[in-house]
Design a protein around this ligand. Sequence first.
Ligand code: EPZ
Length: 423
Amino acid sequence: MDTFVIGGGNRLYGTTRVQGAKNSVLPILAASILNGGISEISNCPDLTDVTCTLRILRHLGCEAYRDGDVIYVDSSGMNKNSISDRLMREMRSSIIFMGAILARTGSAIISYPGGCNLGARPIDLHLWALRELGATIDEVGGYIVCKADKLVGKDIYLSIPSVGATENIMLAATAAQGTTRIHNAAREPEIADLQAYLRAAGTNVTGAGTSTIQIEGGSRLRDVKHRIIPDRIVTITYMAATAAAGGEVTIEGVEPQHISAVTSVMREAGCVIREERDRIHIRSDRRLRAVKPIRTMPYPGFPTDAQSPLMAVMCTAEGTSVFVENIFENRYRCASELMRMGADIRIEGRVAVVCGVPKLYGTKVAATELRGGAALVIAALGAEGESEVSGIEHIERGYEKLDVVLKGLGANIERKTVSVPEE
Ligand code: EPZ
């Protein structure tokens, strides 16, 4: 139950390196059960979500361990096809294992992934698509029992370009007879990274990054070596921290084109941003100004995961900024905590109106989910006085050593261990 104690007002200076992408390593670790062999995956961030995924792989009978930023998986010994309720509750994105377990074993039993703080997080598209490929799916007492004696490839038309559903279909389709085409597929860079892993394993999959992905099933798969792409949302978070606190920071190991939609908004706000091949340099040396409405959209639109971090920045910009959250139903949870710091935010359903105030004031705030927690840290860096952010276990699901990185850039941030009183 640790907290971050942050003394606001320090500008950030220096260079840091971004971690590998959480939302890429998770589906690729699920995919590592497909080849029944070795996967050597580098640039893996050290996150609680990744640790949980390694626990799931070991629960399924695989060998899975980390050596620095490299994760080794040997899935030859896989001997289970079920994921317990406890493991599923630890991380709802474990739903991504369903397609891979089904492809490897012909049946998968997983418990219903609960909703989360972002909303209901339905999986109807995942289940519908697997039925389209020939699976039978029964929901029995909170468990999803998925069976497929034979998966047959076909054209699948997604009503929403769901990232998770696209990934689940790609993984299941590797074992389907014939060709599977996913129409209205998600176009996120993490999908292209999953495709790169699958192609390295010997699957004939093409089209990732476009709205139509084609998978030829039935290939014999081989051992894989793969390097995870940079985390675009963590890159944006470091940029937002610099924008809010002021200063001049270079972030290395990034893919600038993955964050173009956000970079243009931050330039509009007044940040000076220079992009190079694999690094981005941001300077913020004056009060920022409000931007035109920010509407979250599927990639390559403005990412929903960047909405809270950018809201934290716009709280002290000059003028009024409007956010429209089109992806998740409950993604303004951090707004009430920002208001405790003095922010002027009005929420009307999917719309948040942020009237910039001259400054925020440090106080005790509570993180309740990953990106909203990052937003509270960002706000605290630029606030006057000391803040204490509790609930950092939410933040550590997606950010590797965020306090160490920010301290390295000159932030006044300390991790405080809060001892839980004995019962
Ligand atoms: C992935 O979640 C990411 N998580 C999310 O990042 C990200 O916000 C999201 O994609 C959108 O980019 C991982 O990759 C592990 P979706 P996912 O399926 O796959 C609805 C973070 O902070 N939907 O694209 O769950 C859904 O409710 C996390 O790192 C259905 O209705 O997102 C949402 O409104 C948060 N039925 C929309 O689609 C379904 O069967 C997009 O969800 C599936 C989704």
